[in-house]
Design a protein. Structure first.
Length: 196
């Protein structure tokens, strides 16, 4: 039980510390691209893909035309559209490839990443910086030394810190989009699926 509590604290600490890196101007621009896009596509690999799907659902609830890359009903991406590409490293091949294709077709590219200087970050027209574990934390094999110093990053394995912080940040973006688009929770609820 103690490991679970410590893990929860480590995840919450990452979310709280990540908040200090938020850039108001970058977030405004990120939101404006979404609002002005004809279609919004989202993509991410693995658990980042799950965060992307959750965000796409909320975009649909907002009344925006939203698609998940790779789903059978996703249309072609074109000029006037945008893609939101989620990758902690900014180097995930499939995500960078999708962003490249979108860019070549005249679409705006928004990145959600821990590394704005990555390949994905360099392609992006805008980005949301989400702090995850650093490369040093991921690669450091000196487990005992980290534990003695109270660094419990091993309790948030692989991309957990990035993925959960991304999920929280994107839900917070939805709150801001609701205000900008003058949408209420009732408006969103009216668009929620009834086929369940």
């Amino acid at each position: 039980m103690e490991i679970m509590k410590t893990s929860i604290r480590a995840i919450l600490d990452n979310i709280e510390s990540a908040e200090s890196f938020l850039d108001e101007k970058a977030i405004d621009e990120f939101e404006d691209v979404i609002i002005n896009a004809k279609n919004v596509f989202v993509t991410g690999a693995g658990r980042s893909g799950l965060a992307a799907k959750a965000f796409a659902m909320r975009l649909m609830h907002l009344g925006l035309s939203a698609y998940v890359v790779g789903e059978t009903i996703s249309p072609a991406i074109n000029k006037g559209d945008c893609i939101i590409a989620i990758s902690g490293s900014g180097e995930t091949n499939t995500i960078v490839s999708a962003a490249n294709i979108a860019k070549n077709r005249g679409s705006k590219v928004l990145a959600v990443t821990s590394y704005p200087d990555s390949t994905l970050g360099q392609l992006a027209d805008g980005y949301l910086f989400v702090k995850g574990r650093t490369k040093q934390e991921v690669d450091d094999e000196n487990y005992m030394k980290r534990q003695i110093h109270g660094n419990y990053t091993s309790l948030t394995p692989l991309g957990t810190a990035f993925e959960l912080t991304t999920l929280v940040f994107l839900d917070a973006i939805v709150s801001e989009l609701m205000e900008k688009m003058e949408q209420t929770e009732s408006d969103l609820k009216a668009r929620h699926t009834v086929l369940e």
